[in-house]
Design a protein around this ligand. Structure first.
Ligand code: TRP
Length: 338
C-alpha cells in the first residue's frame, strides 16, 4: 500500500520556541517515527521573503536557526525529506500557473490575508507576493502530491483556498492534482500556547517566548517570572488554573498526567505555592530541552552537515516536484516538444 504523503513547512522568521514544539514539531517527529507516512518538511524562505524582501538577511540567517532547531528536535533526514523552499524552482513555476486560477476579490476575502492586511496596516501597499502566498502554498502542497498537511489553526483559510485551487485546476485541465487534507492540533494548549506573560501567544516581538535554544538559567528565570493567577497571593489561597499559563504549560508538556491532575487539584483547593509549581514546570521543560540542547550543540559545531542535509533534501524534493510539474504542463497542453 502506498504511504500517505505528509508535507509541512515553517517560515524562517525566528528561532523556534515551545509553542512550535507543542503545536507542530512534536507531532511532526511522531508522524515521522511512526513510519506510516512519506514525509516532506521544508523551510519556507521564499514565502518568508514575501513580506521581508527588504531584509533578506533576517530570513537567510533564520534558515540555519530553524534547520538546527528542527534537526535537534528529531527531524531525521533519513526518514524525512528536509529541504529549503527556494531550492526547488519547480514550486515557483507551478505558482505561475496557479496565479491565473484565483481572482483578486477571492484573495482579499481570505480571512488570514484580510487579518494580516488589517493588523499590519498594509492597505494597497501590500506586497503582491505576500497577498498571493495562499497560491504559492498551493504549489508547495500539490508539487509533492501531499495528502496531509499539518498546520496551525490560523492557516485553515489558506488551506481552504488551496483546495479550491486544486479543484479549479482539475476541473479546467482534467484530474491532475491531489486534493490535500489539513490537520490542526487537537488540544487547546497545542493550538495556542500562551506567552510567559499570559498573553495570547508566544511571539518574538512580545518577548514572551521560551526558545528551544534557551540555556537552563534562562529557562529558570523565564519560568520563575511567569504570570500566574494574580489573586493567588498567599499559599493557602485557592488558585485558578484556568487561563493560568503555568498550568496551561504543564497541561501541554507534562507526561505524568497523574501528577499534573494532583497539582491542579491541590492548587485549586489552596495550599500549593506558585514557586513549587514553577519549580516542577522547570523540571518538565528541562526534561524536554536537555536532549534537544545536546543535539543542538552537535549541529552548531557541524553547520556544514546541516547544509549538506538540506542540499540532499533539495535534490530529492526537486525530483518529486519536477514529476508533478511535468504532469501539470502535459495536462495543460504546454508540452510542445514531446
Ligand atoms: N504558511 C505556513 C506558516 O506560516 C508555512 C508554509 C508555507 C506551509 N508553505 C506551506 C505550511 C505548505 C504547510 C504547507 O506556518
Amino acid at each position: 500500500m502506498n504511504k500517505k504523503i505528509v508535507l509541512t513547512g515553517d517560515r524562517p522568521t525566528g528561532k523556534l520556541h515551545l509553542g512550535h514544539y507543542v503545536g507542530s514539531l512534536k507531532n511532526r517527529v511522531k508522524m515521522q517515527d511512526s513510519n506510516e507516512y512519506e514525509m516532506f518538511v521544508f523551510i519556507a524562505d521564499t514565502q518568508a521573503l514575501t513580506d521581508n524582501a527588504k531584509n533578506p538577511k533576517k530570513i537567510i540567517d533564520n534558515v540555519l536557526e530553524v534547520a538546527i532547531d528542527s534537526l535537534s528536535v528529531g527531524i531525521d533526514p533519513n526518514k524525512t525529506t528536509y529541504f529549503i523552499q527556494s531550492d526547488v524552482p519547480q514550486l515557483t513555476e507551478l505558482n505561475m500557473y496557479y496565479l491565473n486560477l484565483v481572482n483578486l476579490g477571492r484573495l482579499k476575502r481570505n480571512p488570514t490575508i484580510k487579518e494580516e492586511i488589517k493588523q499590519r496596516g498594509f492597505g494597497l501597499s501590500i506586497p503582491v507576493g505576500f497577498l498571493t502566498y495562499p497560491i504559492s502554498q498551493a504549489a508547495d502542497i500539490t508539487a509533492f502530491d501531499a495528502n496531509l498537511v499539518p498546520v496551525g489553526e490560523d492557516q485553515i483559510p489558506i488551506l481552504e483556498q488551496v483546495c479550491e485551487i486544486v479543484n479549479t485546476f482539475n476541473k479546467t485541465y482534467g484530474e491532475t492534482l491531489v486534493m490535500p487534507e489539513y490537520i490542526v492540533p487537537n488540544t487547546k494548549g497545542a493550538r495556542r500556547l500562551p506567552g510567559t506573560d499570559g498573553k495570547q501567544k508566544m511571539s518574538k516581538s512580545a518577548g514572551n517566548c521560551i526558545y528551544l535554544s534557551d540555556d537552563p538559567e534562562t529557562v529558570r528565570k523565564k519560568v520563575m517570572s511567569m504570570y500566574t493567577d494574580p489573586n493567588h497571593i498567599k499559599v493557602e489561597d485557592p488558585g485558578k488554573t484556568e487561563n493560568n499559563p503555568v498550568f496551561i504549560y504543564l497541561d501541554a508538556l507534562c507526561k505524568d498526567r497523574k501528577k499534573y491532575e494532583e497539582l491542579k487539584q491541590h492548587y485549586e483547593q489552596g495550599g500549593l505555592g506558585d514557586v513549587t509549581v514553577k519549580k516542577y514546570l522547570i523540571e518538565v521543560i528541562e526534561e524536554i530541552l536537555t536532549p534537544i540542547r545536546e543535539k543542538r550543540k552537535y549541529y552548531e559545531e557541524h553547520k556544514e552537515e546541516v547544509y549538506e542535509i538540506l542540499k540532499k533534501g533539495g535534490e530529492k524534493a526537486r525530483e518529486k516536484a519536477s514529476k508533478t510539474l511535468k504532469r501539470v504542463k502535459e495536462n495543460m497542453g504546454i508540452n510542445y516538444f514531446e
